[in-house]
Ligand binder design. Structure first.
Ligand code: NAP
Ligand code: MG
Length: 402
């Protein structure tokens, strides 16, 4: 069989621990036999990040910007214990944070569905993709305590330091308390909005956005207005042509509607709502091993990855020569997402078709009862007895199906 050719390379970012092992096996078993794979390789494994003073992470992100499509393996975000374990020069920052800053993107998390694995909300028969705004609000908040008798104000000065506005937050005459101040940037909200509109068009799913603008008449209302203005000016016709809708509602209404829905929605959330709801949605769909994640920048650069980490506990077992049953599905889908997007941008229909076939083979393997240990307790299908596979054996089964 002739291998599928590629014209433009994908930016490949290797990672750490068990996912680094799976990464190699996925390429060997599922991609290299079929595709004449072109990648620009960056080793984001912790040792190489330390060796290069983390420059490799920045270079990889720049390359992702240059080529448009990247795929990333899970990486260790070092803490004090990792600094000791790897004898690091310093506690390097989260690679995902660095890449997100450089691409200025929004993260979309999407579950992979397979028959037999029923979400905790069984009505969710289609995926819910969650987009979380990654800037501001309480994550860049300023807060303090106030004693009895104190007053707290919100003060805005002009460039010369003249007070333009001074609002009383609270007079603590009756007793002590707490104060918090949060902000956001119009430009950040606008780029979040564009990322969401673009991604909705990409996946042809309706977009929902919600805040609490009835209560927060300046702050949350600004989010609502920016989304509405950009939609009217830039996306209304494109959405109509694609046959999808943009809906704005209140956050509590959105939560109720999402639970009652059958899925098939792209749900855009403010930073805190997204933090909370992404964990709720991910858990409801079953396993971290079935959750993919893609970072999309407003200019249309894509970085695909699995939503889970490096699965450290499994790696220590692997290093001891023990068998592991680590779920590789989200990492496979990170690769297929990148291959399909590359194919789409290059007009390479064979590459797109290959990615879709690999996804189908992966899901079918599970549906026929072959899966890793994390999925066994979730799987229920009449007449199918689930069989627990070791990490590599699962990949071989998918390869056979493919
Ligand atoms: P984790 O690697 O996601 O693993 C947490 C636990 O979830 C595992 O111990 C395992 O449970 C289960 N699990 C996760 N993915 C699985 C899979 N593919 N197959 C089977 N089980 C899976 O999170 P963590 O232990 O908190 O973090 C480990 C390292 O990953 C840390 O150094 C962290 O910095 C890094 N991390 C990286 C990213 C990223 O690069 N995007 C994201 C998160 C964390 P059992 O042990 O019970 O089997
Ligand atoms: Mg969270």
């Amino acid at each position: 069989m002739a291998k599928i050719q590629m014209t433009t390379p994908i930016v490949e970012m290797d990672g750490d621990e068990m996912t680094r092992i799976l990464w190699q096996w996925i390429k060997e078993d599922l991609i290299l036999p079929f595709v004449d794979l072109k990648t620009e390789y960056y080793d984001l494994g912790l040792e190489n990040r330390d060796r290069t003073d983390d420059k490799v992470t920045v270079e990889a992100a720049e390359a992702n910007k240059k080529y448009g499509v990247g795929v990333k393996c899970a990486t260790i975000t070092p803490n004090a214990q990792r600094v000791e374990e790897y004898h690091l020069k310093q506690m390097w920052k989260s690679p995902n944070g660095t890449i997100r800053r450089i691409l200025d993107g929004t993260v979309f998390r999407a579950p992979i569905l397979a028959k037999g694995i029923t979400p905790y909300i069984p009505g969710w028969t289609k995926p819910i993709i969650l987009a979380r705004h990654a800037y501001g609000d309480v994550y860049a908040g300023v807060e303090t305590r106030a004693d009895k008798g104190e007053k707290a104000y919100l003060v805005v000065e002009d460039e010369k330091g003249n007070v333009r506005e001074k609002l009383l937050v609270q007079d603590f005459a009756k007793g002590s308390g707490i104060v918090q101040s949060v902000h956001n940037m119009d430009a950040s909200i606008a780029s979040f909005a564009r990322s969401c509109f673009n991604y909705a068009l990409d996946v042809k799913m309706p977009l929902w956005f919600a805040t609490k603008d009835t209560i927060s008449k300046k702050y949350d209302h600004r989010f609502k207005d920016i989304f509405a203005e950009i939609f009217e000016k830039e996306y209304k016709e494109k959405f109509a042509a694609a046959g999808i809708e943009y809906m704005y509602t209140l956050i509590d209404d959105a939560v109720a509607r999402v639970v009652r829905s059958s899925g098939g929605i792209l749900w855009a959330c403010k930073n805190y709502d997204g933090d909370v709801m992404s964990d709720m949605v991910a858990t409801a769909y079953g396993s971290l091993g079935l959750m993919t994640s893609v970072l999309v920048s407003p200019e249309g650069n894509y970085e695909f990855e699995a939503a889970h980490g490096t699965v450290t506990r499994h790696y220590y077992k692997y290093r001891n020569g023990e068998e592991t049953s680590t779920n590789s599905v989200a990492t496979i889908f990170a690769w297929t997402g990148a291959l399909a997007k590359r194919g789409e941008l290059d007009g390479n229909a064979d590459l797109v078709a290959f990615a879709k076939k690999l996804e189908k083979a992966t899901v079918q393997t599970i549906e026929e009862g072959k899966m890793t240990g994390d999925l066994i307790p979730l799987f229920k299908a009449e007449g199918v007895v689930p069989q627990k596979m070791e990490s590599r054996a699962f990949l071989k089964a998918v390869a056979e199906k493919l």
